[in-house]
Design a binder for this molecule. Sequence first.
Ligand code: BV8
Ligand code: ZN
Length: 253
Amino acid sequence: MDALQRARELVGGARSVVVLSGAGISAESGVPTFRGEDGLWKSFRPEQLATPAAFAADPRLVWEWYAWRRERVAACRPNPGHEALARFCGARDATLVTQNVDGLHRLAATDHAGKSVAEAGHELLELHGSLFAVRCTGCTFRRAHRDPVDATTRDALPRCPSCGGLLRPDVVWFGEALDAGVLGRAFEAAAAADLCLVVGTSALVHPAASVPLAAVRSGARLVEVNPEPTPLSSLADAVLRGPAGTLLPALLS
Ligand code: BV8
Ligand code: ZN
């Protein structure tokens, strides 16, 4: 039996599913991945930009990078991989855990069901936050934020309406703790799952990459969708070596 048949059998027989997605699921939507040949980290070094120290040292440069990414992502649409996953998760007990900050899973869930993600019946956990939200560096203020950011001068950077503090992208940077509630729910879903589907992640960033490990430790079967091998490939019961935009519709229909 080929890998797709094996994977379809595992999906068909699963009672509770946890999905972990990474930047690869958005590659076919035109969102650059982190470590690919056109990867974001190629043009910028992570320690230079995606850390609290970098923001403290040069908030204008960090905002310039995020403003550029927002602009690029705002022009992108969910691809058939996001849509197949939204239909699949909306129809059963499935938790979608994503490392992506591009908001495309949220968009796909809304497009597909025409309802909000919550109404669409499945849980979406954005472990690393969202490009389209900001939070204050000086108080607890945070909100959705899609307005273009003028990062040309430090004085033009967005300010908190309640305390005047500098606003920052509401994402989790390297060296920062993830939201304990969101991470807790991801590990709960992993412990309860009998199937873990890992899509489009190099599985290098923790604690996100530990979610599939927790699922396997609790007895879940593992299916990986990725054109490249990753540290999780050796744990997988079925590996689909190819693009999510083609393989997820074939796997989940
Ligand atoms: C923390 C938000 C502690 C910002 C991001 C050693 C062990 C364990 C941990 C560490 C360690 N050394 C350092 C650490 C800590 C660090 C870490 O894991 N570093 C790694 C690099 C080793 N982790 C942290 O700092 C985390 N915090 O540990 O805090 C703490 C605890 C308590 C109190 C205080 C502190 C925070 C990590 C979060 C960082 N933020 N993003 C932003 O986006 O700007 S991470 C960033 O990488 C993105 O979120 C991205 O999603 C994530 C992972 O990358 P991937 O999604 O996997 O993308 P990548 O390009 O790597 O891979 C794409 C894959 O897709 C490839 O495999 C490719 O083959 C495949 N693909 C390509 N095309 C397709 C495809 N697949 C399918 N279809 C296609 N068409
Ligand atoms: Zn504030």
